[in-house]
Design a protein around this ligand. Sequence first.
Ligand SMILES: Cc1cc2nc3c(=O)[nH]c(=O)nc-3n(C[C@H](O)[C@H](O)[C@H](O)COP(=O)(O)OP(=O)(O)OC[C@H]3O[C@@H](n4cnc5c(N)ncnc54)[C@H](O)[C@@H]3O)c2cc1C
Length: 577
Amino acid sequence: MALEHHDYDVLVLGSGGSGLRAAIAAAEAGARTGLVCKSLLGKAHTVMAEGGLAASLGNVAPEDSWSTHFQDTMFGGKYLNNWRMAELHAKEAPDRARELEHWGAVFDRTPERVMSQRAFGGHTYKRLVHIGDRTGLEMIRTLQDKTVHSNVEVFMETTITRLLKDGDRVVGAFGYRRATGELISFSAKALVIATGGSGRIYRITSNSQDCTGDGYALGYEAGAELVDMEFVQFHPTGMVYPPGVAGLLVTEAVRGEGGILRNNLGERFMEKYDPKRMELSTRDVVARSIYTEVKEGRGTPHGGAFLDVSHLDSDYVRRKLPSMYDQFMELAGVDITKEPMQVGPTCHYFMGGVKVDPDNGQSRVPGLFATGEASGGMNGANRLGGNSLGDLLVFGRRAGEGAAQVANAIDSVSLPDEEVAAAQAEIDGFLNGSGTEDPFKMHRELQTIMGDGVGIFRDRAGISEAISKLESLEARVGNLKAPSNRPDYNPGWQLCREVKNMLTVSLMIARGALMREESRGAHSRLDHTGYSDYWGEHNIVVHRDGDHDMTLTPTPVVKRDELEDLVEARKEAEKAS
Ligand SMILES: Cc1cc2nc3c(=O)[nH]c(=O)nc-3n(C[C@H](O)[C@H](O)[C@H](O)COP(=O)(O)OP(=O)(O)OC[C@H]3O[C@@H](n4cnc5c(N)ncnc54)[C@H](O)[C@@H]3O)c2cc1C
């Protein structure tokens, strides 16, 4: 089959908030820019974001500042964050929010006609810029509009299955068009991974179908380091029924607007777990609290907790939480202005990702950049709500500019024939090979292994069992074959490579979870329940050693002297409270 080919200075993988912002920045810096996405433009996972974008604009709380936002982010991440990333994010998020408004985004406003800001868990002040509970939609609409007017060429419904290298350098990518099965290659002087997270490794997840960890695996295979992969955020409030929608997110804005959590005895149980912050405690704490209430027999009929906003004015609820109102009314027949929702933890976000230079998004592999949820470091052991949308804009822009700068300094790159041939052989094998493993069945097996052994609570025995089961899947993954060999719109074909990616990601998470012998942020070990001094100073960095060996290395947290006082002040304040 003839191979379609395109050449760019900068190629961006992913059209979520981070990919769009990177593409805009690269194009503005003069780079010929291409953008590839698995789904339709405008349908990336970011569109689902609900509650808001954290930025210390001080519109509602004038006393807010970048330094308080930085401290909150560090506290939320249990001090494992890359300090420079947390600093840049806190300092630049306000400008990126204003810029979005300048480009046409319409956010809710205060009576003074400035962007309104709402409360969210772990944020000291009302800080989240939002439009009702549809913030991601507005963000994607605005960025998409800007992108199509920025001379960026878009390849929709195109799946990248491999990064292509020339020696040590990434020089392009290989994939296929989902609608026709036609193969496609790209050469690029610099490539930005913006492929989002990997929620689909768990059965109960808020994540969209696209979230199969492709960028983590592609980056790993190309030689990049990944950091903090053991930290997987389980959002405390997903729908628990009907079964077909279990895991669907119930935005934190519900609690931000005054929602109250109760168990089946009517107790407001957060009083026991975090009496200071109550429902607005950080996500890791609220998720574990709900899980514990259910496990100890105080759950709702459908195995969750009650989340109630019926004490609030019903018009206010419908104005501030319109999607939640519709979601519960249409999917569960529940009118949230009159009766409580039933909610429970759902896999939501990956704190880990490709390790990058905070200032320009560059990985350790020449020519390879990463941004958004695909990159790691900003959030440490736990992300605060609202900090992802700001992250996408701040670091998307920086990665796009960084990639353009590298690309503009290079004359040209070319794709080695053997790299293209190997990529082609791999996906041809999934379609026409003699394999006998069904990708749908293997995906379900993987989800069960991860849910059972590497879920919200973990211990050595469970994680070790999960690792050995994942290793036995690894031995079978080369035998995957799509149930049908039609090349057009063949989800089984796509899933073969995705399962391989998810398996790589799952092994990184499980091995990191085994190594980290403590409980911190989103990582809870039943056999190591407290903090460890050693692990409080170390991230776990993963890379591929040679062709196959996954190597995990404890690496000191990247600090900055000039921020030491802020961090110490926050630690002292927490001790005193
Ligand atoms: C329901 C929900 C609500 C949320 N609400 C908030 C919120 O209020 N505030 C907040 O800060 N965060 C929120 N989050 C988190 C936030 O939305 C995500 O972390 C963020 O949108 C991720 O953006 P991204 O650009 O990194 O990737 P994504 O938006 O996930 O985009 C990834 C892109 O990569 C493409 N892609 C993936 N693999 C490939 C491949 N192999 N080839 C080609 N393309 C590929 C996809 O098609 C997609 O275009 C929420 C998440 C969910 C699920």
